[in-house]
Design a protein around this ligand. Sequence first.
Ligand code: PFF
Ligand code: NA
Length: 454
Amino acid sequence: MQDKTSIHGAWTSRWIFILAATGSAVGLGNIWKFPYITGENGGGAFVLVYLCCILLVGVPIMMAEVLVGRRGRQSPINAMKDVALEAGRSRYWSLVGWIGVLAGFMIFSFYSVVAGWVLYYIAGMGVGDFIAIGSDDANGVFNDLLANPQTLIIWHSIFVMMVMLVIVGGVKKGLENAVKFLMPALFVLLLVMLAYSSQTEGFAAGWDFLFHYDPSELTAESVLVALGHSFFTLSLGMGAIMAYGSYMPKKTSIGSAVIWIAIMDTLVALIAGLVIFPIVFTNGMDPGKGPGLMFVTLPVAFGQMPGGQIFGFVFFLLVGVAAWTSAISLMEPATAWLVEKFNWHRVPACIVLGLIVWGLGVAALGSFNFISDVKLAGFSIFDFLDFVTANIMLPLGGLCIAIFVGWIITRKMAANELAISSPLLFNAWYIALRFIAPVGVLVIFIFSLVEKFK
Ligand code: PFF
Ligand code: NA
């Protein structure tokens, strides 16, 4: 069992794995969601809690996910099952993989809608729609877009097809080729944007907003949001990283690869904050604007600055690329499972899955217009999908994976797969995985439940 490879293929090198996993991690979560939830939750204190969650919960669980993937060499559903069986445990641990696939569908459906907005803005910036736009007009453009299901469906469909195009190509020809070009492009675009924002008057205010610590801003709910976001942003708790781990070369160190991925994801989120908030403050706008932050405030800013059309175009292109490489990883686990289970080629697997997520996405975008009155637990469909996946399903999935690797399989299996030479580092990881991560998740869950029903 030890040395088998996945039937789906393998990454060419350690760096390709790191790039692909970073491609999964770095996405709308970093550039769209992180700045707006930071804005809504008061800035610095939230950022600090988020960083702690990444380090103490996210990193150890990511290592566990990669470990299971590489040991099982299959889609998350089958990898969980086989690794459990190898350890003499119940085959029903595959259920964790199933919940992951469900979460993947749910995330994809709203992710693709937002990515569709991004495509619309790339086009709009490209043709100069936002030149000298005022904030009322920018609001109008965004609200008109949300109110128009046809336009939303077109862009959502295009995005789903872009993702299918890569998935069909498989691990080497599809995923690997995509990330090899897109990720370096993404880093360059991001640095261009940072160079620009660092010249704005609002840079100091933006910096201060992100890093100024005021604990009175924190509530149990914002701690839950920080925890949930640390799973979402690292693509944890649903098997995406497990699937990517199953294509990882055997000799590569899991620990150092994971550290790299977490560092890059965190850097991109912080840099995205340092791009967006200075522009927001320079133009005297409100950082707590919510999901529209990127789509309303930024076009206004871009519309007024010299060369803003080009920077705006570059910015949205960057976001689009990031969303694309993440969405691929949302679809890969289910694709791999269909191929394994029914011996299908990737083409039919991809078409079936594409149709499912397309349909769910139409429901998600409908929550801004034709089904705006449908509420689930008080949320619109779109908000429900976002809240339930990030704040409940991913932390729960991560909790199960932590328990599985920390308590269910043997220490020896975990140690063999990780192959960390320093006993100190191994023990630090093991303690974080067995105690800190599960207790952290549970405590935060309980506190936010208590607060909700108080
Ligand atoms: N990590 C992605 C982001 O930050 O945008 C979102 C995501 C991708 C979550 C893949 C989960 C996942 F499996
Ligand atoms: Na991310």
